[in-house]
Each structure stands twice: as structure tokens, then as C-alpha cells.
Design a binder for this molecule. Structure first.
Ligand SMILES: *[C@@H]1O[C@H](CO)[C@@H](O)[C@H](O)[C@H]1NC(C)=O
Ligand SMILES: *[C@@H]1O[C@H](CO)[C@@H](O)[C@H](O)[C@H]1NC(C)=O
Ligand SMILES: *[C@@H]1O[C@H](CO)[C@@H](O)[C@H](O)[C@H]1NC(C)=O
Ligand SMILES: *[C@@H]1O[C@H](CO)[C@@H](O)[C@H](O)[C@H]1NC(C)=O
Ligand SMILES: *[C@@H]1O[C@H](CO)[C@@H](O)[C@H](O)[C@H]1NC(C)=O
Ligand SMILES: *[C@@H]1O[C@H](CO)[C@@H](O)[C@H](O)[C@H]1NC(C)=O
Ligand SMILES: *[C@@H]1O[C@H](CO)[C@@H](O)[C@H](O)[C@H]1NC(C)=O
Length: 572
């Protein structure tokens, strides 16, 4: 599917791809036909990113220079006078467009502006940042669970954790295995590092083995049963690398990256009543609210790739008139194509786990050791993370729940202890997305129906039992207070306001109730534009020409410990 953009012919004639978030920017590589010095590319790309900032009302870092500015001045911005409606005069204008490249439209900002923000220790802070330019926009699902969606160039890879895994996805998705392997290697070269295993992580690793999560598979990218050491997107200095770094592969001459550019609508037209709709371009607004229209070139290979994430992609299709007709009509959206499956069969992977204060110092770590029970259960540990100052109250709360006056400095600036969480993948419970309004900045109504199917509680209970067994293991004994029982640790979590669901109890009566009451998200939601329902095997939207969706919204399940590897591979 990427060959359309890969060929020299496509390069010559020109392709415009409007893209929202991380993955598809890797397309830039496909347009590249000379091998440049990678270091030089890096400088140029970063200059380009800062060059884009001033046009959108964002002050540029001092490193931006005139060369970069000059480069920017040559980027054509197409303005349609505000109507967004194609008429003969705007059609004429479109034919004279000089677009000859990939256009990336990202509603958020640059992940390079505040480098410390994405360092390993600040993982929780970045996630909890409520400011309007936070990389992780918080929302609450209709189920009462706090959730986030990324709002930054590089998407979820800027705000999440990361591990590599996939073999199983290839088989079920019918992709070319050799091409998949090549694409994984292409991603790994830029963003993947070996995960360090210091004291706390090795205690968890050994605890997992004691708890029977066997065999030990050593260091591997593969998603296999047992305990393993994964790979990470944090380098040796704990700095994060993200999908945005894949832009280093791009030839800046062939790609434009517009930040703070929110797509409002994909323009799709039909030649005659009832004929197959064809995508013509996109309408987007910049940071100042100025409206722009970008049109595709006449080349039949030109196209738009939507990669706005599991929530944003369904939302954008619906805003563009592609979705359940009745729902669109209710909101006054003109129906381009009645597609009842857009926004349906959404699901999320649940997160439940324990906080474990430690009497001995712990290292800063984020998921090096991993426990895997295929197909549905993953155990993932982290320690020593920074906490927001506002989290000081938890300290008091914690002491009250465990009826102690002192447990050292568990909630100091850094968590002196760890969290061991487990995810349930492949839930049977499904939900959907509905628009709240026609404003693309309005997060839609998202329902996942967590644990609605009681069957989904089984893997969660099994996962929690494994977490408890790890905490109780001999290997882990150094990193827990023997005076605080696992029941007390469970009660602490049961009492924390981790979601907005009605509680069935304030303490932990059973692991079933614990799972249901303390459910959080792993941020691995998927569905809404699934293969076979909304898109075909080549990720082209069914019933329409010129439009693809490439992100987790196309998944029938989220593959592996973390879907980022697969999403970036798919983007490649
Ligand atoms: C200015 O930007 C260009 C690329 O756009 C880069 O090659 C050059 O090194 C930059 N100069 C400075 C002083 O940063
Ligand atoms: C046609 O489009 C042009 C430019 O996009 C706009 O100025 C003009 O008002 C439009 N005409 C009609 C009849 O909508
Ligand atoms: C792809 O990679 C997997 C796992 O690393 C390997 O088992 C398989 O043989 C590779 N397939 C091809 C076609 O290279
Ligand atoms: C993984 O282990 C679980 C539990 O031991 C077992 O039920 C499952 O079949 C195994 N899966 C694979 C793919 O080996
Ligand atoms: C808290 O601990 C104190 C002393 O260890 C004990 O007397 C008291 O009953 C405990 N309170 C609760 C609510 O368990
Ligand atoms: C889970 O909690 C919800 C909300 O309190 C409740 O409606 C539901 O019945 C519970 N499910 C199970 C399986 O206990
Ligand atoms: C939990 O505790 C609060 C306050 O202590 C109380 O009002 C509430 O009824 C309790 N809920 C349950 C389910 O026991």
C-alpha cells in the first residue's frame, strides 16, 4: 500500500498525504531517493520543525535560523476563502496547486520543545499534566475511567511506555512477513534501546519466575509466554525517543510538517448522485483559528492517510460524513457515505495493579522485566518515578489506609518503591464512539464497557494473583515492608480515587471486585475503523477512493505488551 508513495513516478508527479499523528510520517522515507548524511538530516528536520512554529503563532526556539525560515517561506499554503465548498473557481485553483510532497498535519506541538518532559522519570508527570499544551489530553470515558489521547507530533510514543513484540499480528493480518520484519528493523534503528535491569527490576524478574511465569526468555522483542527482558524507547540517559524521530529519515524537501494544525474535515465528493465518493483534500485550522484547505493533486495515486489514533480517526471520519447515517444526521452532518461500522467495536485494555513502598532505595525504571501469559495477560513493573507535587496528599492517605504513621519517604519527589500493573488484552466487552458535537476539539463520547462481560474478569484476577505472588516472592522481599500485607496494599488501591465508577466496596473483598472497582486504562484502546469492516486489507476505506486509515483503530485486538511497535511498523 505504501508503494503508491514509494515509486519515483509518485515522487515526480507528487503526492499529498494529510496525516494527523505519528506513524504515517514515516512515509517520508519512501519519497527519499538519495541517501543523505543522517546527522545533517537531523539538523535540517529539527530546523524545519521550529520553522513551522512561528506561522502558527508559537514562539520559535532560539535555535531557529534564517535558513530554516527561508525554507518555510517556500511552503505553499492553500487558502480556500473559508467556504470549504468546492465550486468551479476553487476547482480551478486546485489544479494550479504546486503540491509535490507529503503534508503532515498534527494538532499538537513539537515533542522537542521541552526535552526533560519526556525523560523516563517524568512519565507520570507528562501523563498527568492537565495544561492545554499537554502531550496527553485527558478525558473520561462514559464508563467513568480516566483516559488519555496523545496531542503531540509523535503521538502516543511521546507519552506512553514501549515494548517490542509481534509475530502473531502478522499471521492474522495477512501482511507480508519479510516486509514486516524489514519495517520493524527500520523503526528499531531509530527508537529502540536495550532495557536496563538494575536491582528492583531484577527482583521483579526473579519474582515472576518464582511465581511460575515460565520460561525465562532472556532479552527479546518477541511476544512469547514467560518472563522476558524487553526493549525500550528510552536511551542510556533515560531520554525518550519517539515516532517523531523517524522524521530523521525524511528528506525535508519532500515533506511539510505543520504543527498545531487541526483537521476539521476530509473533503469527499461524488461526481454524480450515488456514484463512488472520492477524497479531494482536507480542511484544517492553524493555531490562530485560520482555516486552510489542502487539495490532493490529480494523480490517481494521491491520497489521504488518517492516523489520528483509535479515537481521533473514527471521529474525523464521522465529522467528514463517513459513518452511521442516523447519528450523523442528528448532528446535522451531511452524509457522504453511510458506514454503520465507523466508531463501533471499540475496546480498551484494562490496567490494575499495586503500589509497593520500599524500605530500601530503588532505581528509576520503567518496564524492563515483563511477564506474559498469552493470549491475554501482561505483567509490567516500574519504580522510582517522579510524582507531581499535588500527589503529596496521597502520602497522608496511604498512611491512614495502612494505619501507619511512617513508611519512610515513599511519596517524596520520587516514588520510593514501585508499581506492578497488569493488563488484560483481548477483552470480550466492546463499546463505541459517538460524536458530542461537530467541533473536532471536542473529545467524542467514548464507551468501552469495561468488564461488562464477566468472562473478562478471569484474566484480571489471574494477573492480580500473579502480581501478589511476585510481591510475596523471596526475590522481592528486600523491596517491600514485611509489616504491610498484600491485603493492605490491595486496600490502598481500592480506596484511591483512580476512576469515577461507583465502588462496590471500600476495601478489597475479592479480586473480582478489586478488578472491577479499580479499573484504569492501559491506553491501548482500539477499534472503530477495523479491517474488514471499515477498511480493507490494504487499509483503504471501503466504498471510497483515496482514503486510508492506519493506526490502532483498524485493529481487532491490540497486539503485544504495547502496540507502538506494530503501529510504527504498519506506518512504514
Ligand atoms: C541553520 O539551519 C540550517 C538548516 O536549515 C543548518 O544547516 C544550519 O547549521 C543552521 N545554523 C545554525 C547556526 O543553527
Ligand atoms: C467559489 O470559491 C471561491 C474560492 O474558494 C470563493 O471565493 C467563491 O465565493 C465561491 N463561489 C461560490 C458561488 O460559492
Ligand atoms: C521475521 O522475523 C521472525 C522473528 O524475528 C522470524 O522468525 C521470521 O523467520 C522472519 N521472517 C522473514 C520472512 O524474514
Ligand atoms: C501460554 O501459557 C498459558 C498458561 O500457561 C497457556 O494456557 C497458553 O496456551 C500458552 N500459550 C502459548 C501460545 O504458548
Ligand atoms: C491502628 O493501629 C493501632 C496501633 O497499632 C491500633 O490500636 C488501631 O486499632 C489500628 N486502627 C485500625 C483502624 O486498624
Ligand atoms: C462492576 O462495577 C459496576 C459499577 O459499579 C457494576 O455495575 C457491575 O455490575 C460490576 N460488575 C461486576 C462483574 O461485578
Ligand atoms: C465507602 O466509604 C464511604 C465513606 O467512608 C462511605 O460513605 C461509603 O458508603 C462506603 N462505600 C461502600 C461501598 O462501602
Amino acid at each position: 500500500m505504501w508503494r503508491a508513495c514509494a515509486s519515483k513516478r509518485a515522487f515526480r508527479i507528487g503526492v499529498l498525504c494529510a496525516i494527523l499523528t505519528p506513524v504515517a510520517k514515516v512515509m517520508a522515507k519512501r519519497l527519499k531517493h538519495t541517501q543523505n548524511d543522517p546527522n545533517k538530516e537531523h539538523v535540517t528536520i529539527n530546523s524545519r520543525l521550529c520553522a513551522d512554529l512561528p506561522t502558527h503563532g508559537i514562539s520559535a526556539p532560539s535555535t531557529c535560523n534564517l535558513t530554516a525560515q527561508h525554507h518555510l517561506s517556500r511552503i505553499p499554503l492553500h487558502h480556500d476563502g473559508g467556504s470549504g465548498v468546492l465550486n468551479s473557481s476553487s476547482r480551478g485553483k486546485r489544479m494550479s496547486c504546486e503540491v509535490s510532497t507529503v503534508l503532515v498535519l498534527e494538532r499538537g506541538g513539537s515533542p522537542y520543545r521541552k526535552p526533560g518532559k519526556t525523560d523516563k522519570g517524568n512519565f507520570l508527570l507528562t501523563l498527568l499534566d492537565p495544561s492545554p499544551d499537554s502531550y496527553a489530553e485527558v478525558f473520561v470515558t462514559e464508563d467513568g475511567v480516566y483516559n488519555h489521547r496523545a496531542r503531540v507530533l509523535g503521538g502516543g510514543s511521546v507519552a506512553g511506555f514501549y515494548l517490542y513484540a509481534e509475530t502473531e499480528f502478522v499471521k492474522v493480518s495477512g501482511l507480508d512477513e519479510a516486509l514486516v520484519n524489514d519495517s520493524y528493523r527500520w523503526v528499531e534503528k531509530k527508537v529502540v534501546f536495550e532495557a536496563p535491569v538494575l536491582q528492583w527490576q531484577s527482583a521483579v524478574r526473579d519474582g515472576l519466575l518464582e511465581a511460575g511465569v515460565l520460561p525465562f526468555n532472556g532479552i527479546t522483542y518477541d511476544n512469547v509466554n514467560g518472563t522476558k527482558i524487553g526493549s525500550t524507547i528510552f536511551d542510556e540517559d533515560d531520554h525518550r525517543h519517539s515516532a517523531a524521530d523517524l522524521l530523521e529519515y525524511a528528506d525535508p524537501k519532500n515533506i511539510k510538517v505543520y504543527l498545531h494544525a487541526t483537521v476539521h474535515k476530509i473533503i469527499a465528493t461524488t461526481e454524480t448522485v450515488g456514484s463512488r465518493p472520492k477524497v479531494e483534500g482536507v480542511i484544517y485550522k492553524d493555531a490562530l483559528g485560520v482555516r486552510h484547505t489542502a487539495f490532493l493533486t490529480k494523480d490517481p495515486k494521491s491520497g489521504i492517510i488518517v492516523t489520528a489514533g483509535a479515537i481521533g480517526s473514527s471521529q474525523l471520519l464521522m465529522l467528514s460524513g463517513i459513518g452511521p447515517a442516523q447519528h450523523l444526521k442528528e448532528l446535522g452532518i451531511k452524509v457522504v457515505m453511510d458506514q454503520p461500522m465507523v466508531g463501533q467495536d471499540m475496546a480498551d485494555n484494562t490496567l490494575n495493579g499495586l503500589f509497593i513502598p520500599s524500605p530500601t532505595p530503588v532505581e528509576l525504571s520503567l518496564i524492563s522485566a515483563v511477564g506474559i501469559y498469552l493470549p491475554s495477560n501482561y505483567i509490567l513493573p516500574g519504580s522510582g518515578l517522579n510524582l507531581a507535587p499535588s500527589f503529596g496528599w496521597i502520602s497522608e492517605f496511604f498512611l491512614r489506609v495502612i494505619n501507619k504513621t511512617d513508611i519512610g519517604s515513599f511519596f517524596d519527589k520520587r516514588l520510593n518503591g514501585g508499581i506492578i500493573v497488569q493488563k488484560v488484552a483481548r477483552p470480550l466487552s466492546k463499546g463505541n464512539i459517538e460524536l458530542r458535537s461537530t467541533d473536532p476539539n471536542d473529545t467524542p463520547k467514548v464507551t468501552f464497557n469495561y468488564f461488562k462481560e464477566p468472562e473478562d474478569l478471569k484474566p484480571c484476577v489471574q494477573g492480580m494473583q500473579t502480581v501478589i505472588n511476585v510481591v510475596n516472592s523471596k526475590a522481592f522481599s528486600k523491596f517491600r515492608y514485611q509489616t504491610i500485607s498484600t491485603q493492605q496494599l490491595l486496600n490502598l488501591v481500592a480506596a484511591l480515587p483512580l476512576n469515577q465508577r461507583p465502588r462496590n466496596a471500600n476495601t478489597t473483598k475479592s479480586l473480582e471486585q478489586f478488578c472491577n472497582d479499580t479499573v484504569m486504562t492501559f491506553w491501548h484502546h482500539y477499534g472503530g475503523c477495523q479491517v474488514g469492516k471499515v477498511v480493507d486489507q490494504d487499509y483503504k476505506v471501503l466504498g471510497l477512493d483515496g482514503l486510508r486509515v492506519i493506526d490502532a483503530s483498524t485493529f481487532n485486538f491490540t497486539p503485544g505488551t504495547n502496540p507502538q511497535a506494530t503501529i510504527m511498523m504498519l506506518g512504514r
